[in-house]
Design a protein around this ligand. Structure first.
Ligand SMILES: [Zn+2]
Ligand SMILES: [Zn+2]
Length: 599
């Protein structure tokens, strides 16, 4: 699935959450409108117009405090407005006086208004006469409460066009397909190729059609960080989101009981992860471990051309299965890469199930009683009833094997042997600037693994359709499918059927094996049909690839011998209409539940 960067809300953008309370200008603002000194008695007026001395010192302090309870200028000004009154000077006593208004000052004490002199008023509230006069005059002449004119974002209007241009540029980039991105709880980060960075993107922007001349790198960076949540490189290098969340919570919590609860949760989570890796590491003569995972899609044609960052490319899928415990060395004899291009088969559970079925048939089973399959818990591809159907069907055919156990990792702690080969492959591919033919990719893969071609060496079956007819839907299973970390498959006493036991914990067996078939059906009735190669490619994708080749090799690219592969692709596919892959094939990995403290 093709993904472009999408705008995100500010709180989960690439840049950390902003904290306006700590901004310099806001600290200055708070200081500006907070109390400087305590009020002092500055006069001894005792007359009907100024009853200053009737106000006790405690009342002065109280008035002062009530004023500064409100840190904002606006509320303080409203208080001033309430306490003072302004009126025009009716009759001029001397011609020299230019004042047109006069202000009367008062305070509320015990519910009644007490008139006081200006000096005393200013002392009580610690404000200047200019501030009072400004507030009062503004109200008198303009009829409104003065507002804070300092600060504010004055460049907003001026930059909106530039911002739009940067946003458009970023939205046109091509992210790694969402399937590969493990979903984390707080933010859905999108990923651009690891060789890019903000500066490189900025240079690309400068040469793009969206370019506006006065956008500086710093402004580009600002938009990139604040309106998108984009990272560079592989999401797998990210830390586990559960671990991260618990650590963050631990930093904030002060209550000892809560703190202990969080520490326990974190320990349980870590112990569970360890329990999973113990399963992967175990070495026993009668046990065979096979771990498997999909590599991220490998794009061709790979060219040293920036246009590759915008264009859709053709993908090669690599589904790798590793035989043996994670302590055993990995060679071409126990690492198997099942490959095909996206115009041959859909990357779905049929493909995965077919590879598993093939591997189970081919692997050396001498002396083996139990087979343990280990896969990451991606629902669309690995953790579904279709894979279980294929394993069950195979188990019926092989009487030497007593049981098959399928194990899924703790979300976020799923580094497995196949990931090691993927790392090696990616490193090798990085050194190659130009890759045109899928065979070149397979050549690189074959340096670390035995390459098997889907449809040729490994037939692909429609396990999904076959399983749908026989198996009961997972929602009606006795165990809650999504919460299970292990499935154990054993032969039923009734011939031709398999019982499945789901376990939510790694170290204790508490479930019971049950029948998973519909009424009157059994596993032996699962008979999948073989699927043929070739599916129609997305027309837009073909167009993109065509553009890419046009731009890099010129209009006459179909004449170039090394590009024959794409020529065939276009001609044979162009007339076909695009059929979208079936729904529900994308990764929906559920997050770790840590309220249960068992491992
Ligand atoms: Zn006074
Ligand atoms: Zn974790």
């Amino acid at each position: 699935m093709e993904v472009h960067p999408s705008e995100t809300i500010n709180t989960i953008a690439r840049k950390r959450k902003r904290n306006p309370d700590k901004w310099k200008k806001n600290i200055a603002k708070r200081n500006r409108y907070s109390a400087k000194s305590l009020p002092t008695r500055v006069c001894e007026h005792d007359q009907p117009a100024f009853r200053c001395s009737s106000i006790k010192t405690t009342e002065m302090l109280k008035l002062h405090q009530n004023f500064y309870v409100h840190p904002s200028k606006k509320t303080q000004d409203a208080i001033i407005l309430k306490l003072c009154s302004i009126k025009p000077i009716g009759k001029r006593t001397t011609s020299r006086v230019t004042k047109q208004t006069s202000i009367k000052y008062s305070v509320f004490v015990g519910g009644s208004k007490v008139p006081i002199c200006q000096k005393f008023f200013l002392s009580i509230f610690g404000v200047t006469k200019h501030r009072v006069s400004y507030v009062m005059k503004k109200f008198f002449y303009v009829g409104e409460i003065s507002h804070e004119a300092r600060g504010g974002f004055r460049q907003h209007e001026k930059f909106s066009e530039q911002k739009q241009s940067v946003k458009q540029f970023i939205q046109n980039l091509k992210c790694m397909e969402s399937h590969y991105c493990r979903k984390s709880k707080c933010a859905e980060r999108q990923y651009l190729p690891p060789e890019l960075n903000i500066k490189k993107l900025y240079n690309m922007y400068k040469h793009s059609e969206h370019m506006k001349p006065d956008v500086k790198l710093s402004y580009f960076r600002y938009v990139f960080n604040n309106f998108f949540n984009i990272g560079f490189g592989s999401p797998q290098t990210d830390v586990c989101s559960t671990c991260l969340e618990l650590s963050e919570k631990l930093k904030l919590v002060t209550n000892a009981a809560e703190k202990n609860a969080l520490i326990t949760q974190k320990r349980v989570h870590k112990l569970r992860a360890k329990a999973f890796f113990d399963k992967l590491r175990e070495q026993r003569d009668d046990l065979k471990i096979i771990s498997f995972d999909c590599q991220k899609n490998l794009p061709i044609p790979k060219l040293p051309d920036q246009i590759c960052y915008y264009s859709r490319q053709l993908y090669l899928y690599n589904f790798t299965m590793v035989e043996g415990s994670s302590n055993q060395p990995m060679t071409r004899d126990n690492v198997f890469a099942y490959c095909c291009t996206e115009d041959e088969f859909h990357k779905d559970s049929n493909l995965i199930s077919s590879a598993i079925y093939h591997r189970l048939n081919e692997t050396d089973k001498t002396g083996i009683k139990t087979i343990r399959l280990v896969a990451d818990g991606c629902g669309g591809q690995n953790k579904n009833s279709i894979v279980i159907a294929a394993c069950s069907k195979w188990l019926l055919s092989c009487s030497a094997i007593k049981s098959i156990e399928i194990v899924f990792p703790v979300t976020g702690h799923s580094y497995m042997p196949p990931d090691r080969t993927f790392g090696v492959i990616e490193k090798k591919l990085k050194r190659q600037d130009v890759i045109l033919h899928p065979d070149e990719l397979k050549e690189v893969i074959s340096q670390t693994s035995t390459v098997l071609q889907f449809g040729d060496e490994c037939p692909v079956y429609d396990w999904r359709e076959a399983a749908r007819k026989i198996l009961a839907p997972t929602t009606s299973w006795r165990v809650r499918f999504k919460e299970c970390k292990r499935f154990i498959l054993v032969r039923s006493k009734k011939p031709g059927n398999i019982l499945v036991r789901g376990e939510t914990l790694y170290k204790s067996d508490i479930g019971t094996a049950t029948n998973i078939c519909k009424r009157q059906k059994s596993i032996s009735m699962i008979n999948p049909k073989q699927i043929n190669k070739t599916i129609a490619l997305n027309k837009n994708k073909l167009k993109d690839i065509n553009n890419l080749l046009n731009k890099h090799f010129g209009k006459d690219w179909p004449g170039i011998l090394t590009l024959e592969y794409y020529k065939n692709l276009n001609i044979s596919q162009e007339s076909l209409t695009f059929t979208s892959p079936p729904e529900g094939e994308y990764c929906h990995e559920s997050l770790e539940e840590v309220s249960d403290l068992r491992i």
